[in-house]
Design a protein around this ligand. Structure first.
Ligand SMILES: *Cc1c(COP(=O)(O)O)cnc(C)c1O
Length: 373
């Protein structure tokens, strides 16, 4: 019997197993300041890969977002503009600082935050905007940067889904003040739990290093508010190994996405993913839109796909601004984000991960054609 083809798959090599064993035998599992040998090496490898001056490793993508907002000095009374069509951590990290997440709408073609909607949301209290490179496609950064400059607000890239993605010849991670990455188990670079921040600012890098270790300065004394956001040595060593394989993983995902696009191109019921000129998707998720559908019909199709062993999944059923907690938290009961709400009813993602064979891809496309026509 056929096993379900999952939406993502870990790539763990024998070399990874050896690396973990080596760290365990070394006796150094973490370092008091958070800058152990493997963490430091992973940081410099990652900064080099992204093309950023500095990288500071942390314990998760959520920690990366929270620490970045803290490093920018964001707190109570401030507002931070975020897309509602994202993983909850994007808004949660803002709430953790005491600031208010203000939700903006998306571009219906790219599903990323719409610069026009960002500008509409700017007030005197706005301190930052957090564009999410959703599904692995970079946000429209020229538009975001223009607004950020015009109103003197900071940019924190949520690149949790987009390691290796490119916008106009540059990798994401250098297009704002600080960028945040996640190495959660489902991501393209996956170590279980882990995160990274990148920046071209020494000042922000110093602040991030302090924040990840209880706000400690050069002495052992805390000079600002911090947290324990340190990355363990085992995670850093695995991250380094995965980073070396990342170009291969990205290449396989790109090729798989192209294969599926070719097989589904003539399917009138679906809108396939869009990669604008000058953008390079990381293909973390291959997400299609079921044209004209309501949520019930989309959910039915996802259920049928799953019955036929295609691990289709919906990202995201409930936009953050419609979650009870965030509705109350934002203090805005009745905001309407038309494109966000429509997308949340119509999209679903299908597996195109790096571990799939040509036969798997053909199977997925064939089942999608049958079920979604
Ligand atoms: C995964 C993810 C995060 C959070 O990362 P964790 O490592 O799970 O904390 C934040 N934002 C987005 C868009 C994500 O997909």
């Amino acid at each position: 019997m056929r096993e379900t083809i999952p939406i993502s798959k870990l790539s763990i090599s024998n070399e990874d197993i050896k690396i973990v064993t080596k760290i365990l035998k070394s006796g150094i599992l973490t370092e008091r300041t958070g800058s152990g040998p493997n963490v430091s090496q992973f940081e410099s490898d990652f900064a080099h890969f992204v093309g950023a001056k500095r990288a500071v490793a942390v314990s998760s993508g959520t920690a990366a977002l929270h620490a970045s907002l803290m490093a920018l000095g964001i707190g109570p009374g401030d507002e931070v503009i975020v897309p509602s069509f994202s993983f909850v951590a994007t808004a949660e990290s803002v709430a953790l600082t005491g600031a208010k997440p203000i939700f903006a709408d998306i571009d219906p073609q790219t599903y990323c935050i719409d610069p026009e909607s960002v500008e509409d949301a700017v007030t005197k209290k706005t301190k930052a905007v957090v564009p999410v490179h959703l599904y692995g496609l970079p946000s429209s950064m020229d538009g975001i940067r223009e607004i950020a400059e015009k109103y003197s607000i900071s940019i924190v890239e949520d690149a949790a889904q987009a390691v290796g993605a490119e916008y106009k010849e540059a990798k994401v991670g250098t297009m704002g003040d600080i960028a945040c990455f996640s190495f959660y188990a489902s991501k393209n670079l996956a170590v279980g739990e882990g995160g990274m921040t990148t920046t071209n600012s020494e000042e922000y890098a110093d602040a991030l290093r302090m924040i990840r270790n209880h706000g400690e300065g050069r002495g052992n004394e805390s000079v600002r508010l911090g947290h324990n956001y340190r990355m363990p040595e085992v995670v850093a060593a695995l991250g380094r190994a995965q980073l070396q394989r990342l170009p291969e993983i990205l290449k396989a995902r790109r090729s798989n996405a192209n294969t599926v696009t070719n097989l589904l191109n003539d399917q009138d019921s679906l809108t396939l993913p869009f990669e604008p000129e000058g953008y390079k998707h990381s293909w973390y998720l291959y997400t299609v839109r079921l044209k004209g559908a309501n949520a019930a019909r989309r959910n039915k199709i996802v259920q049928r796909l799953r019955e036929r062993k295609v691990g289709a999944t919906v990202y995201y059923h409930t936009p953050i601004h419609m979650m009870e907690f965030y509705r109350a938290f934002s203090g805005r009961e009745k905001i309407e984000l038309k494109q966000t709400e429509k997308a949340s009813r119509q999209v679903f993602s299908i597996p195109t991960h790096q571990g799939m064979s040509k036969e798997d891809l053909e199977y997925v496309a064939e089942i999608v054609r049958r079920v979604a026509s």
